[in-house]
Each structure stands twice: as C-alpha cells, then as structure tokens.
Ligand binder design. Structure first.
Ligand SMILES: NC(=S)c1ccno1
Length: 245
C-alpha cells in the first residue's frame, strides 16, 4: 500500500517510523510519503490560509496550494483515494478501515484552521474518490492526529503487519460474528496479582467454555457501555441468557 500525506506539519508524522507501521515500511509493505503543503505556496511567506468569504472567525486554507499539491502528489490519470479528516465527515469505523486496507493507494489531506476551501474537494472529486471522514464528535486543531489514527487502524489490517492474524478477527467491531461487540477483559501472568485472581475458566483449558465466557463478557460489556450496538449482532439463546443474568 502507498500512503501520501499532505500537511503543514510534516513532523507530526515521525510516529510512522516506529512500531508495527515502521516495520511494515522497512519491509516494503507500506510505502509512506509525507509532503509539506507549503512547498506549493509560492509567496515570500508561503501563505496557505486567508480570511473566510462571508466573514466569521478564523482562517480558511487557500485552494491554490492544495490544488497544486494534489496535482503533484496524484498526477492524472493515476487513481488514489483521497481521505480528508473533518468533524463534518462521515464516521470512520472499523468497517471503513477494512475497506481502506484493501486500497492500493491512500492520500490524506490534513486540514487546519477552519478547514480547506470547499472547491479543493470538488476539484479532487473530478479525478479520484474523496472521503470526508470523522474519527469522533469533537474538534481537533487539525487533521494530522486523525490521519495518524486512521493510518494505524488501516495499516494493522494489512497482511503481515500484526504478528498474529487472529488478533484482527477478534477485534471489537471486526466483520464476522463478533461484528459489533466490545472486547471483554483480558488477562496475563501472574495468575494472582495484589490478591486478584484470573477467572478460573481461563485457566481451565476448556476452549469451548473459554469462548463462551469471552462472548458473555463481550455481550455484557457492550450492553453496559454501548447498548445501541447490541441490536447489530445476531444473538442466539445462549447470548440472550448471558444478557439477562
Ligand atoms: N473529528 C475530526 S476527524 C477532526 C478533524 C479535525 N478536527 O476534528
């Protein structure tokens, strides 16, 4: 997978060289490039923003640098998928992360200030699919942190990035039978810690009982913390029993 990120703060993306993603880059599984938007701002001060038409607070990112940057990063007729993090976007979900992980080329535009001139998105849509997505109902100072979240959620789904492929299938919200359940509690050694024991079932070696216990915990945690997700799951009799106990 190729990743291109356009930002006025390239230093935000130093984390792309560490941990799993850094290994994926060094293996050649991920080809990531970070571009400074100011490279396409040609005035003396390399200006990338200006006051909003119609008045109002803050500044808007100018269309000219963005247009030139996206032309350079994604020269026609090449096909990439442009992702623009914004509070006004559609929700970024595990399902969307899975969709993105199947793409050969993702380009990220990091907005700042009050956002990017709307004509930049309109112009880009003429050349490539454009998704405006939100990682949550809150406002950040810019899109950079959201891009790090999206890149992490997507790259861990790429083959070979996670050492244990099963980790992905057991994820909260992973497509499949556990589609919309929060993961339950997890434990590791020691068996007793500050007088607290690991649940006996996890020490039993009875894989059927362990799987049932884990699903029961996931159901109960989901019902308690995200009740709106319960209806998105196919529940059998044992599931319904777990929710009533
Ligand atoms: N909630 C998101 S994605 C965002 C981007 C910029 N500010 O908030």
């Amino acid at each position: 997978m190729r990743l291109d990120i356009v930002t006025i703060f390239p230093e935000y993306f130093a984390p792309l060289d560490v941990s799993l993603l850094g290994k994926a880059r060094r293996r050649g599984d991920v080809d990531a490039h970070v571009h400074d938007l100011r490279g396409w701002a040609h005035d003396r001060h390399r200006t990338v923003d200006d006051t909003p038409y119609g008045g109002g607070p803050g500044m808007v990112m100018k269309p000219e640098p963005w247009g030139e940057a996206l032309d350079a990063v994604v020269p026609p007729p090449s096909r990439a998928r442009l992702i623009v993090p914004t509070p006004s976007g559609r929700p970024f979900t595990q399902e969307l992360a899975t969709e993105y992980a199947a793409e050969p080329w993702l380009v990220f535009a990091c907005g700042r200030y009050e956002g990017i001139d709307a004509r930049v998105i309109e112009d880009a849509r003429e050349r490539m699919p454009v998704d405006e997505v939100s990682i949550g109902d809150y406002v950040l100072a810019g899109g950079e942190v959201a891009v790090l979240v999206i890149v992490e959620a997507v790259s861990r789904l790429l083959p070979g990035v996670l050492g244990n492929a099963d980790s992905v299938t057991d994820d909260s919200f992973a497509p499949g039978r556990m589609e919309a359940l929060l993961e339950g509690p997890v434990y590791t050694k020691p068996a007793t810690w500050r007088g607290r024991d690991v649940p006996d079932v996890l020490m039993s070696g009875n894989h059927g009982a362990i799987a049932r216990w884990r699903r029961d915990q996931a159901l109960r945690r989901t019902a308690a913390r995200r009740p709106e997700l319960i209806g998105r799951n196919t529940l059998d009799e044992a599931d319904r029993k777990a929710l009533t106990e």
